[in-house]
Design a protein around this ligand. Structure first.
Ligand code: HEC
Ligand SMILES: [Cu+2]
Length: 491
């Protein structure tokens, strides 16, 4: 199995272990439910149905009144331009055209038949890792799908809870950073307790070439993403997705349940609603319930179910309480609660407008030239054998997803590196492609490709190694690439 998949598997296993630990802890000190009594694997499905999927902030109807089914989930991956903020556009990669992707509602014992379609106008292959899956890569291993293709895979839901799903195609961070995440709910057999309003909210951090608010089409910035230096931290994919005329509504006396996820890729959310106390939080989307909570932590790649009763009318502001994110990077939402004043609960006047964003003045603390130079100091040179070894590893983690393990690519989508006339003709051009990416028409071994290779964010040493590896494999011309050569192509 390729290294990347192994890594993903280990990662998934770790998450699962944590989850199992959480469940165990819960059953030990919580008398509400006997987790051991039902074996979810033995739940029989009764007929087939199509899952109703909803765009954020909406949530599909409860599964309370149905038995476990063979449930068909149909999702389409779309890469398209959307609005990040007023006057700021961004190319989002999405499940079903929204960030987060459609909400999937299932129940324990369902057998999910997952249809994942990659639109023919898309440039890149994708897949899906659902944290609700018990299996390799959470489904990622079985769902890799090139543009213009559809893939079908299947799994049974065993553990109730609220789970994140996301794309796990290399470079994984970039696919997530561009918006490829969403939530899947697995209800317990008896369903969740009914409430009056349910909403779907997901936080995400975004990294753009320009600063917060810089107008125009903004490209993804890999360096900022690695530095975890977000320009935007938002709910539901953009600034203002849940404010103004997009605010959520509720009435005094109603119970509201928020399904809140965090796609990351990097930041942990300190989720808080100004003016409300969470009556109930299902921590991390699992079975452990906490009560009377002010702020709940939602990890990157995690979720929580939050319930509260609206006790007084007014505007309730949703924030990431890492508060500069709220006022300077977009992490604001709003619930407008209507109904009669409740003088016994709250007597004061509610001021409007004090929570509006302050605008884009983000402070910078540049590092000194000396610090920068020190961080870029050259390391000892590598031997040919070192390069081949490192190069093989890098290839197996990064390049193989598109160019394939044997270097032969996929006709029509990814050009071959094996015996490639294009590669062998010009080493400088090839280095530049790996560093900066490539789009537009090229002809490799007589076949025309017009696709996109994203810039590969790997170190100079890794580029030199992987280039040396591909030039000395599969009948290529045995060029050796040095770190100095690579360095010259950096800006
Ligand atoms: C996400 C898919 C993807 C990944 C990952 C990827 N490439 Fe590419 N690569 C492409 C595509 C697509 C093209 C053609 C771009 C075009 O049509 O302009 C390409 C073109 C190339 C070319 C020039 C054409 C040729 O066949 O000689 C080289 C060299 C190359 N890639 C090397 C690499 C190396 C080395 C890695 C890993 C460090 C890598 N690529 C990772 C998709 C990918
Ligand atoms: Cu993807």
């Amino acid at each position: 199995m390729p290294n990347l998949l192994k890594l993903q598997k280990t990662f998934k296993f770790l998450l699962l272990s944590l989850f199992v630990m959480a469940i165990t802890a819960c059953t030990n000190n919580n008398d509400s439910k006997d987790q051991a009594s039902v074996n979810p694997k033995k739940i029989k499905v009764d007929g087939r149905m199509d899952a109703e999927l909803t765009s954020p902030p909406h949530v599909p109807p409860s599964t309370k009144d149905r038995s476990a089914k063979r449930l068909t989930v149909d999702m389409e991956i779309l890469e398209e331009v959307g609005t990040m903020a007023d006057g700021v556009d961004y190319v989002y990669w999405t499940f079903d055209g929204t960030v987060p992707g459609s909400f999937i509602r299932t129940k324990v014992g369902d057998e999910i038949e997952f249809h994942l379609k990659n639109h023919p106008d898309n440039k890149l292959p994708h897949n899906i890792d659902l944290h609700a899956v018990n299996g390799p890569g959470g489904g990622a291993v079985s769902s890799f799908v090139a543009p213009g293709r559809e893939i079908v895979f299947s799994f049974k839901t065993l553990n109730p809870g609220l789970y994140v799903y996301h794309c796990a195609t290399a470079p994984v961070g970039m696919h997530i950073a561009n918006g490829m995440y969403g939530l899947i709910l697995v209800e317990p057999e008896e369903g969740l307790a009914p409430v009056d309003k349910e909403y779907y909210i997901m936080q995400g951090d975004f990294y753009t070439k320009g600063d917060y608010g810089d107008p125009g089409l903004q490209a993804f910035d890999m360096e900022k993403a690695i530095d975890e230096d977000a320009d935007y931290v938002v709910f539901n994919g953009k600034v203002g997705a849940l404010t103004g005329e997009n605010a959520l509504d509720a009435e005094v006396g109603e119970t509201v349940r928020l399904y809140v996820g965090n796609g990351g890729p990097n930041l942990i959310s300190s989720f808080h609603v100004i003016g409300e106390i969470f009556d109930k939080v299902q921590l991390e989307g699992g079975s452990l319930v906490n009560e009377n909570v002010q702020t709940t932590l939602i990890p990157a790649g995690g979720a929580a179910m939050i319930e509260f009763k609206i006790d007084a009318p007014g505007e309730y502001i949703l924030v990431d309480h890492s508060i500069f994110r709220a006022f300077n990077k977009g992490a604001l939402g709003q619930i407008n609660a209507t109904g009669k004043e409740q003088k016994d609960v709250y007597k004061g006047t509610i001021q409007e407008g004090i929570y509006l964003p302050e605008g884009g003045a983000i402070q910078e603390m540049p590092i000194s030239d000396e610090e920068y130079a020190a961080s870029k100091k050259p390391k000892d040179a590598l031997t040919f054998d070192d390069k081949m070894e490192i190069g093989k590893k890098v290839y197996g983690q990064t390049c193989f997803a598109c160019h394939q393990a044997n270097g032969k690519g996929i006709s029509g989508a990814f050009p071959p590196l094996a015996n490639s006339d294009y590669l062998n003709a010009d080493v400088e051009r090839a280095i530049s492609i790996v560093l900066h990416g490539k789009s537009g028409e090229i002809v490799v071994n007589g076949e025309t490709y017009n696709s996109v290779m994203t810039s590969q964010n790997i170190t100079d040493r890794e580029v030199a190694s992987v280039m040396t590896y591909i030039y000395n494999s599969w009948d290529n011309n045995e060029t050796v690439v040095t770190e100095e050569q690579v360095k010259k192509h950096r800006r």
